[in-house]
Design a protein around this ligand. Structure first.
Ligand code: S3P
Length: 174
């Protein structure tokens, strides 16, 4: 594992990017940062407030604005919001920042987890089928990750262990 390379976690809402990222960073002795937190800190408003006032379009602009800042990061674990990688050319940009890992999972499990934790404007008032369609539409972006991990049925600790071993074997090969 190259210590200077960032580790970028991507995946749909409810994939566990935040909890996995936090524990992974701790295990590897790295800093942990979340794109959502950077936006909230910069704007001084919560994600639901940003969506309520500026809509999704404004939130996506704020995500795009973060790219410059992310390019300055070295050796960090970065968890992205679920929609962050899903723009034309965005996966190439993320892959230039470091090793991109897709936390994949069965839609039902992701949806249940996403509904349970945190307030997510992308779920508000949407029928489940619409969210499932969004998840499917995002997959071609997520698939471009360097590594993918199926997380269904795994706990945070198990996911982190698998990531560490994937990264180690990748470092040996590369
Ligand atoms: C979003 C996911 C959220 C957050 C915002 C939009 C999305 O992050 O960035 O509510 O479009 O999927 P999580 O993936 O951490 O829930």
């Amino acid at each position: 594992m190259d210590g200077g390379e960032n580790i970028v976690l991507i995946g749909f809402m409810g994939a566990g990017k935040s909890s996995v990222g936090r524990l992974l960073a701790k295990r590897l002795g790295r800093c942990f940062v979340e794109t959502d937190d950077l936006i909230v800190a910069k704007e001084g408003r919560s994600i639901p407030e940003i969506f309520a006032t500026g809509g999704e379009a404004r939130f996506r602009e704020l995500e795009a604005d973060l790219l410059e800042l992310l390019r300055l990061k070295r050796g960090e674990v970065i968890a992205t919001g679920g929609g962050f990688p899903c723009r034309e050319g965005r996966m190439e940009t993320l892959k230039a920042l470091g090793t991109v890992i897709w936390l994949a999972g069965e839609f039902e499990a992701l949806y249940e987890r996403a509904l349970r934790s945190g307030s997510r404007p992308m779920l508000d008032g949407k029928p489940k089928e619409e969210v499932a369609a969004l998840c499917r539409a995002r997959e071609p972006f997520y698939r471009q990750a360097h590594l993918a991990l199926e997380t269904t049925g795994l706990g945070v600790d198990q996911v982190v262990r698998r990531i560490v071993s994937l990264l180690r074997s990748r470092a040996r090969v590369g």
